[in-house]
Structures are given as structure tokens and as C-alpha cells.
Design a protein around this ligand. Structure first.
Ligand SMILES: Nc1ncnc2c1ncn2[C@@H]1O[C@H](COP(=O)(O)OP(=O)(O)OP(=O)(O)O)[C@@H](O)[C@H]1O
Ligand SMILES: [Zn+2]
Length: 863
């Protein structure tokens, strides 16, 4: 069957652990992210729901005039409140609680650490399909039991209405509650009337949680009786009932349930035949829930564990030892590109599963290619659930349920898969641990690595952070006294394959020699050679920070977004200019808006221009371009990669996307068009990011039989990040970079918190930012005096400083001015607590003046 579902859902779902005392009251965090509601509220658990409510359940609870979604964070036998004033839980929204006690506790930790509301942390843990949707109903005021406020004073007397009003009231009264949109369908002309009735309080609006659970149901056929009797029964059928007889014999041989549609498709029996047998009591037709499975149509050839290389054995032994002892250890697996980290992950997972425990594998969203998924599915089959943003909502919801129902024991997914609701977690793997996509940029601004370590500690589980270019922060944690991470190194590629030879090309020299093309002579020749030998090339154009802006050559004017202080990006295909922050699109100017000159043109090298130039230099060359424009469509990313893998392209040209995780045997050349584009960003990690990107992309070359070659074109050939990358020298880079960080006072030598303020009026935002900084500094002064008075222990290690406020590097986005403060600290200082308290003092301003304050703990982006 070509269907997209697999694996039956358990038809007999049992209540949680059966009725149990102590579940009479539930503590619920409701879906209102505000300071006043950032605490649990007590509710009564009605006896009929007792068996279904657990810590981590999603429930619908009355809250003022509305019904809200909430999460049960505790259960108790008694309440500190007056029980008569408590309301009961109205609905339990899932048969299997989407979270568990450990995750509920983790949300508490997140809310403290990342300075966010608990509900925000809880919501971040569940798939989008489970986020609350609300529906508005109308009800007759006097009957909306407890939901409604009484009509405003004096108006109760005005209830008598027109005949139209009476008709509406009668209709609503008869139905109880009516969805608002159904009301408007029924009484299309009554909009204004309805509004007045609501205002007068004749009707009230009731908001409820809309149940969006969308488990898929399919009709299944199965034997009603003991299948062994079916052969005998089939003998009793009339001679003409050939199909019926065949079907019975089928079930006698294969008694497991079969979807009705599959019977008609495959065995060519009509629904009538099935029905006839069901009527005779031999077969049963039953609706069952199924899981939508994005990989159901695919079969994955089973792979066996590879014999490990010596370096792999060393790494695996350490991990295996910790797993065996159920000891919480964090390993940093530093293995060069092509050293076979994946095989170490796979065998570690195998051991974890053999111990009856569960494993989570995180990979950057962009590397969740079919190739990556296949490696895990081929080894562990149906035990693997996959979570990524390209799945439909239904598919993601079903993958999530498989975890709760214990149908899977491995989850592979992007950042948020770290919240997979396993209860016997043994191992969390984070591949490419240096990737900045593990940090969520909206609230809760968590880092998956930090969350993973927290979760693992609660389970006595092992964390493996893998990378060819570990982040400085992680690397620093592997040395020194009491180092929290343990370093495992794999310095060589498997089977003694060499790392590719890297050549640095000085673009200034090229220009001097009269070469004005974006390809140096060396890279040009190398590409030509590959075309000749039918080998493949990967070209990286690091566009970030290298915008294709439009500038007037007469006066130097650069076309800017009128709402955001950033230059507009030129898009050649549509000949338009676009703002990457607010999406504004406008036609390209013919003359300079500032000086009227006609010498206005776009600068910079977009992927489109590189593609064009390749076409001119190498007629007939097949270029596969991969950037935000060509991959915005669903599945496009995978399609392009498959095309390249099948050798339907000579060159894979793209942005950062082409640098990661790809393992293609015929890629023997990698070219970096301009290596220094990231170096000049206002970001203390600029050198680190440059080193990582160059090392990663270089690592795509020569991974198999054929050796590889790399060209790095740059205007700053002496920069240490470029030099060390060209020699594959992580150690030397780290030493230089650590030194520079120490001198400048940046992580890992301190911790950072970025506080950003935004408002439509610049005076307002400056005032707020300054007052915030002052309060924070005063708080620290008071704390320090306290520390000093207690004792000197650890005091010299404590450090705290507030820098700014200053205008943000992008001083305005969407017409809101932005200022920021940077907090640097070290040692035992409760900065999250200080920030929470300081921010609380601004609650009124935030609400009334629409001031926005964002607090980013350990920020990855400083713009
Ligand atoms: N023990 C082994 N014997 C033979 N081949 C192996 C072994 N381990 C891994 N390989 C092969 O080596 C290649 C590189 O492995 P893998 O993709 O896991 O590298 P990696 O360390 O993840 O590199 P990168 O960081 O660049 O992604 C793969 O094709 C893999 O199948
Ligand atoms: Zn804009």
C-alpha cells in the first residue's frame, strides 16, 4: 500500500496508572505569559478525570470568563486554598500527557535560567500541533454559568430587545453555546446587533480551548473469531462465494488486522465481500487510529555495525563505559571531518538501547537530510522517530505520540527534539555542537546544549557533543581542575584518507596581476580540471555580511530600508530590492535618490552572479545553486542535494548550507569565493565562525577514494583564522583565539547577557535602557557589600559589569529604535535573578508604553 501511515495505535489505551489517591487537586500553569500568572493555580480534579490527569497533562481550565489551556505541574491531596472557591478542570486534552514530571521541572529551570515565564518554556517543549488554539463562543448571559461577569450596573433592566434580538437570544439559549463564526453564518446581517447585545451584556463571549487533536483513523479488518476456525468455516460457504472463501483463507493464514483499503487494492476483494463476512460474524471491521509516517513508503536496507577504527574504538570505549555505569558524563568528541563520528554515535546508541534506555540525537535543521535520517533508520528501523520542520503538523504530532506511547526509543531531530518526552533517557548526542542554530532566538532563548546537559543530569545519562570544530565554550570546559566535560579526540580520517590540501589565494595579488574575475587563476584551473575528469566541485559563497547592496558611485549613497537601519539587498531575478528584516520590497532605482546620478549599480557578489559568471567561463557547466531563494520551497533542499549526489550537476554552489555534513564521494574540489566576509561583522565570535566554516567546507573534499583539494580566496590571507583553517590546525587556532578572548574579556572567560530595548521613540528607549542599567548596577553594589561582609571565600573570582546602553548594531528594525546593554560576569552571581527583579520594575512601562525588553542569556547573535 502506498499509504503514508504505519504502525497501529494501541487500541486499548489504559488510564495513566489507574486511580490513585492524591490526585484531588491539580496545580496548573495557564497559557497567559504574564507576571501575575507566572505561578501555578489550584484546580479540582473531577473524579471521572482523576485517572487521566498526570503531571505534564494538557488541560482546559476555566480562567475568568474564558477556558484556557494549561499544563498540570503538580498534583496533591490537599490545597492551601478554600476548596469551595476552586473550579474543576474542564477537559483533559490528550490521552497521553505530552510532557512528564521531569520536563515540567526542566521548564522551571528554564524559566529561571533564561528569564522567561514558565508557560513560555512549557509551550516550547511541545510540537506546534499541540499549541492551544482558542475559539470564541457566545452564550446567553444569565446561563453562562459562572463564565460571565454580570451585566454592567443598571443595564440589566434594559434586557428587553427587539424581535430580531429575541430570535437571536432564543437560538443561543436553545443551543447552549454557539461558536462566534457559526452565529455570523446563521445571522449574516446581525453583526452590529450582536455587537450591541454583547456590549449590553445580554450575550457574553466565552472563549474555549479548541481541540485540535487530529489523530488519523482508518478502517481495519480482522478475524472476529479464532483464526484457526476460519478454514473450517470457509468450507461451509456456498460454492459461488469464491471471493469470500479466499478472504477467509487469507485471514486463516495471516490473522493480523489489515486496512480495508489495502484488502480492496491488493487482494482485489470488494467492500461488499468483507461486509458479508462481517455480517456472518467471522470478520470484524473496526476503526483504528494510525500514525502518519513520512517514511512509511520507504524501506531502509539494514546496516550492521562497522568494525571500528582504533580512534573510533578509543572514543567508543569511554562512552560505553559511562553508559554501562549509568554515569552522567559529558563528552566532547572532537573528530576531524570524515573521521567517522556517526559510526561512534550509532554504536553508542545501540548500547544504550540494549540497556533498555532511550536516546536523542540532535542535528542542525539543515543537515536533517534524507542521507542523515537514513543512517539512523537503517540501523534502528522503526525504533526511530524523526522530528523536523518539514514534516506536516499531523506527522509531527504522530511522531511525538510515538514517544509518549513508547513505540520508539530513538529520536533524531533539530533543536526542539531535545524535549522528546522520554522517561528512561540514557544518551543525548549533539552533532555539529558548535552550530549556532542550537540556540533559539526567540523566547525562551535557550541553548539545546545547556538543556541537554540539564536533562541528562536528571537521568544519569551521557551527553556526547560531536564536532570537527568544537565551540570555544565547549572546548574550554574540557580542561582545568574539575572540568565538566571530557575530551575525546579522533585526529584522522577513517582508512588513513588524508585531509585535503588547502591553498590560500590572495585576491589583492590577483587584482594586481590584472585578474578582475571573482575566480582566481588557480581556482579557475582547478574547476576546469574537475569538469574534465567528471569530478565534482563545491563552491561556498558566504553571503552573510556580504549583502548585494546598491550604491551610487557618484556620491556613495547606499539604498537603505526606510524602516530598518540596514541596506536593502538586491535580487537580480525580480530586479527588486528587499529588506531582510521587515520584508519591504521596492523596485531598483534608475537614478540615485540622493544626487540624481545615473551611476547607481549593485555591488557585492550574490550567488546568482557567481552562477552567471560560471556560465560565462565554462559554457555548458551544470550548476546547482543552493541558497535561501532556491530552497524556500518544501523539499527543495533535499531535491537539490539528491540531484548533485546523482551527478546531475558539476558544481554545487551555495551559502553556508553547502558547508555542513555532506558526504559525497566524487567531490574533490572545494572553493571559497571570499573567506573574509564574516570576519568584519561586529561579533566577538567572528574569527571562530570563520575558522569553523572554512574547516567544515574544506572537509567536504576528498572524503572517499579520491583525494581532495581546497582553494580559499581572501583579502586577508594572514588572518589567523584563515591560516589555521588552511592547515587543519584546530589546536593552534584555539590557542590564539583563547588568548584574544582573555585579553578582550569575552567568553569563555566570562559569561554574557545581552539586554535589548526597543521602542518607537528614541528618547523613550534611551531613558528606559539607562534606568535599567542604573538599577542593575545598584543591585550589584548592594550584593557585593553583602558578599564582602560575609567572607572573602570566592569573592575575588566574582566579577560583574554592565556595559552601555549603546545603540544596537542594527539601530532600528520595523520603525522601532533599539538600544542594548551587555552584562559581563563571572563566578557565583545570580544574574538571572537580578535581571528578573530589575525587569519586574519595568512591567508597567512595558505594558502601557509598549516598551519591549529582551533578555538573552549567553547570546549567539549580538546585533
Ligand atoms: N569504521 C569504519 N570503517 C570504514 N568506513 C567508515 C568507518 N567509520 C566511518 N566510515 C565512513 O567514513 C565516512 C565519514 O564518516 P562520517 O560521515 O561519520 O564522518 P564525520 O566524522 O561525521 O565527518 P563530518 O564532521 O565531516 O560530518 C563515511 O562515509 C562513513 O561511512
Ligand atoms: Zn526593513
Amino acid at each position: 500500500m502506498a499509504g503514508r501511515e504505519s504502525a497501529l495505535y494501541d487500541e486499548t489505551l489504559l488510564p495513566l496508572d489507574g486511580p490513585e489517591p492524591g490526585r484531588r487537586y491539580a496545580q496548573v500553569i495557564v497559557d497567559v505569559p504574564a507576571k501575575q500568572t507566572n505561578r501555578p493555580f489550584d484546580y479540582i480534579v473531577p473524579p471521572e478525570l482523576e485517572a487521566w490527569v498526570g503531571v505534564g497533562s494538557r488541560v482546559g481550565v476555566p480562567f475568568g470568563p474564558r477556558t484556557l489551556q494549561g499544563f498540570v505541574v503538580g498534583l496533591s491531596e490537599s490545597t492551601g486554598m478554600d476548596p469551595r472557591k476552586l473550579k474543576p478542570i474542564e477537559q483533559v486534552l490528550d490521552l497521553v500527557p505530552p510532557l512528564n514530571p521531569e520536563l515540567v521541572d526542566l521548564a522551571r529551570w528554564m524559566s529561571r535560567t533564561y528569564v522567561c515565564h514558565e508557560i513560555t518554556a512549557l509551550q516550547a517543549m511541545i510540537p506546534g500541533a499541540l499549541k492551544a488554539k482558542y475559539e470564541k463562543y457566545v452564550a446567553v448571559a444569565e446561563e453562562a454559568d459562572g463564565h460571565s461577569a454580570p451585566p454592567p450596573e443598571g443595564q440589566a433592566l434594559l434586557l428587553a430587545g427587539s424581535p430580531e434580538e429575541d430570535e437571536i437570544t432564543a437560538f443561543v439559549r436553545q443551543k447552549g453555546t454557539v461558536p462566534m463564526d457559526a452565529m455570523l453564518r446563521r445571522f449574516p446581517a446581525a453583526g452590529p446587533l450582536l455587537k450591541r447585545m454583547l456590549e449590553r451584556g445580554v450575550l457574553v463571549e466565552v472563549q474555549t480551548v479548541k481541540d485540535r487533536l487530529n489523530a488519523k483513523k482508518v478502517l481495519y479488518v480482522e478475524p472476529a473469531a479464532d483464526p484457526r476456525t476460519l478454514t473450517e468455516e470457509s468450507g461451509k460457504l456456498a460454492a459461488g462465494a469464491k471471493r469470500q472463501k479466499e478472504l477467509l483463507l487469507h485471514f486463516a493464514a495471516h490473522p493480523s488486522p489489515v486496512p480495508l483499503a489495502e484488502l480492496t487494492d491488493k487482494l482485489n476483494v470488494g467492500a461488499g465481500t468483507v461486509k458479508a463476512l462481517a455480517d456472518k460474524g467471522w470478520l470484524t471491521i473496526r476503526e483504528r487510529e494510525v500514525f502518519r509516517d513520512p517514511y512509511a513508503g520507504r524501506s531502509f536496507a539494514r546496516t550492521e555495525p562497522l568494525p571500528l577504527t582504533e580512534q573510533q574504538r578509543g572514543a567508543f570505549a569511554a562512552i560505553s563505559d559511562a553508559l554501562g555505569a549509568e554515569r552522567h558524563d559529558v563528552f566532547l568528541l572532537h573528530g576531524v571531518t570524515g573521521s567517522g563520528k556517526t559510526e561512534v554515535y550509532l554504536q553508542s546508541i545501540q548500547q544504550c538501547l540494549d540497556q533498555g534506555r532511550e536516546a536523542i540525537v540532535l542535528v542542525p535543521e539543515i543537515s536533517l537530510t534524507p542521507q542523515m535520517v537514513e543512517r539512523f533508520k537503517s540501523r534502528f528501523g522503526d525504533a526511530v522517530a524523526v522530528m523536523h520542520s518539514r514534516l506536516s503538523q499531523g506527522e509531527r504530532y504522530d511522531e511525538w505520540r510515538k514517544i509518549g506511547l513508547k513505540r520508539v526509543s530513538v529520536v533524531i531531530g533539530a533543536r526542539s527534539a531535545v524535549f522528546a518526552p522520554f522517561t528512561k533517557l540514557g544518551l543525548i548526542i549533539i552533532d555539529e555542537e558548535h552550530e549556532s542554530s542550537y540556540k533559539q532566538e526567540e523566547s525562551p532563548k535557550y541553548h539545546a546544549r545547556e538543556v541537554a546537559v540539564q536533562r541528562a543530569a536528571r537521568h544519569g545519562a551521557v551527553v556526547v557533543l560531536g564536532s570537527a570544530t568544537p565551540s570555544l565554550e565547549s572546548f574550554a570546559r574540557t580542561s582545568g581542575r574539575g572540568a565538566p566535560y571530557r575530551l575525546l579526540t579522533m585526529a584522522d580520517r577513517v582508512e588513513g584518507r588524508p585531509l585535503p590540501a588547502v591553498r590560500i589565494v590572495d585576491l589583492r595579488e590577483e587584482l594586481k596581476a590584472g585578474n578582475r574575475s571573482m575566480f582566481s587563476r588557480g581556482l579557475y584551473k582547478a574547476i576546469e580540471e574537475r569538469l574534465h575528469k567528471k569530478e565534482q566541485t563545491v563552491l561556498l559563497l558566504n553571503r552573510r555580511g556580504y549583502s548585494t547592496f546598491v550604491m551610487c558611485r557618484s556620491c556613495g549613497y547606499v539604498v537603505q530600508c526606510p524602516h530598518c537601519d540596514i541596506s536593502l539587498t538586491y535580487h537580480q531575478v525580480s530586479r527588486t530590492m528587499r529588506c531582510h528584516y521587515c520584508g519591504l520590497t521596492q523596485p531598483e532605482p534608475k537614478t540615485c535618490p540622493s544626487c540624481d546620478s545615473e551611476h547607481i549599480r549593485f555591488f557585492g557578489t550574490g550567488t546568482q552572479r557567481v552562477e552567471e559568471e560560471l556560465g560565462k567561463l565554462f559554457p555548458g557547466i551544470r550548476v546547482i545553486r543552493m541558497d535561501v531563494d532556491t530552497t524556500s520551497e518544501k523539499g527543495a533542499h533535499e531535491r537539490l542535494l539528491t540531484k548533485f549526489r546523482n551527478k546531475q550537476g558539476d558544481v554545487l554552489l551555495g551559502t553556508q548550507m553547502v558547508a555542513k555534513g555532506l558526504d559525497f564521494p566524487d567531490v574533490t574540489l572545494v572553493g571559497v569565493i571570499a573567506a573574509d566576509t564574516v570576519l568584519h561583522l561586529p561579533d566577538f565570535r567572528a574569527a571562530e565562525k570563520t575558522f569553523q566554516l572554512l574547516t567544515q567546507v574544506a572537509g567536504r573534499a576528498g572524503r572517499h577514494r579520491l583525494p581532495g583539494e581546497v582553494f580559499i580566496q581572501t583579502y586577508t590571507p594572514d588572518h589567523y583564522s584563515i591560516e589555521h583553517a588552511s592547515r587543519h590546525d584546530y589546536g593552534a587556532f584555539i590557542a590564539t583565539e583563547l588568548d584574544s578572548r582573555r585579553q578582550r574579556g569575552y567568553p569563555p572567560y566570562c559569561e554574557l547577557v545581552l539586554v535589548t530595548f526597543s521602542h518607537e521613540q528614541v528618547a523613550m528607549v534611551v531613558r528606559a535602557a539607562e534606568s535599567f542599567a542604573t538599577r542593575l548596577k545598584e543591585k550589584w553594589q548592594r550584593m557585593r557589600t553583602e558578599f564582602d561582609s560575609v567572607s572573602g571565600a570566592g569573592a575575588e573570582d566574582r566579577y560583574f559589569e554592565v556595559y552601555g546602553p549603546v545603540a544596537s548594531p542594527i539601530p532600528r528594525i520595523k520603525d522601532r529604535y533599539r538600544f542594548q546593554c551587555m552584562v559581563k560576569y563571572r563566578g557565583d552571581v545570580d544574574v538571572s535573578g537580578m535581571l528578573t527583579e530589575t525587569a519586574a520594575a519595568f512591567d508597567e512601562t512595558v505594558r502601557q508604553e509598549k516598551l519591549h525588553i529582551s533578555i538573552d542569556v549567553n547570546p549567539q547573535v549580538l546585533m
